[in-house]
Design a protein around this ligand. Structure first.
Ligand code: HPA
Length: 247
């Protein structure tokens, strides 16, 4: 699992056997963003073995795409088969509201591709397909679980940008026009690498802010963390059950 901005609390539901600070892992970058803790947790949830990144790396922190996605390669080498990624994002779908949660069914990448460079055939193919990245079975299961729990769940397309600036109104409108529902500054690089290495992927976004043409307000990082706090618990409940029932 990779936990996004302000979503570190999810780890409270884990039976933690071991915590390793990123500082003490060779070649691991360090989290520089508020709301990201910087520990790799090992343990179980619903009797399933979990390795969980409490805090992730972003391209805008100045890391290379290889550094941003290095933990995914480490997870693969450890034997991880399913990657669950979470993030905070801004909605460009006007039907969405702050505090909503969305299953990612597809993405649009506007960042440099993390697979640029020589390809190590032992890790994956040179030209990996991206047509079925977000596992349909896991998405369907999550929808059923949300219904059982009475939680409203959205499903849509996430567009990944480098950040760190938030979008101009013209950019938000553009992203909506080209088919996005949410926009954020993470997730896509890790998902591309996970998919390249043959892992199943499940992704969820918490909506921390909504772009509305008729009511434009500046987005701030504090607003993002507040929006996420409203919804983190809903997301944890769904993911916990998903892990218990499916993996
Ligand atoms: N844009 C980009 N990234 C984000 C946003 C946003 O509006 N909200 C949270 N992460």
């Amino acid at each position: 699992m990779i936990l996004g901005s302000g979503l570190g609390n999810f780890a409270e539901g884990m039976n933690i056997a071991r915590r390793i600070s990123y500082k003490s892992i060779p070649n691991f970058p360090l989290s520089t963003v508020k709301g990201h803790k910087g520990e790799l947790l090992f343990g179980t949830m619903a009797n399933k073995q979990i390795v969980c990144m409490q805090g992730r790396f972003h391209y805008y922190e100045g890391y290379s795409m290889q550094q941003v996605t290095f933990p995914v390669r480490v997870m693969k080498a450890l034997g991880v088969r399913v990657l669950i990624v979470t993030n905070a994002s801004g909605a460009v779908n006007p039907e969405f509201e702050t505090g909503d949660i969305m299953i990612i069914k597809d993405h649009i990448n506007t960042m440099p591709n993390p697979l640029i460079g020589p390809n190590d055939e032992r890790l994956g193919v040179r030209f990996p397909p991206m047509s079925t990245v977000y596992d349909k079975q896991l998405r369907d299961k999550a929808k059923t679980i949300a219904r059982e729990l009475g939680i409203t769940l959205r499903e849509g397309v996430y567009i990944g940008t480098t950040g760190p600036s938030f979008e101009t109104p013209a950019e938000y409108k553009y992203f909506r026009t080209i088919g996005a529902d949410t926009v954020g500054m993470s997730t896509v690089p890790e998902v591309i690498v996970a998919s390249h290495s043959g892992m199943r992927v499940f992704g969820m976004s918490v909506i921390s802010n909504v772009f509305r043409e008729d009511n434009q307000q500046d987005c701030t990082h504090e607003e993002v963390l507040e929006g996420v706090a409203k919804a983190g618990n809903k997301m944890s409940r769904i993911v916990e059950r998903l892990i218990a029932q499916t993996l």
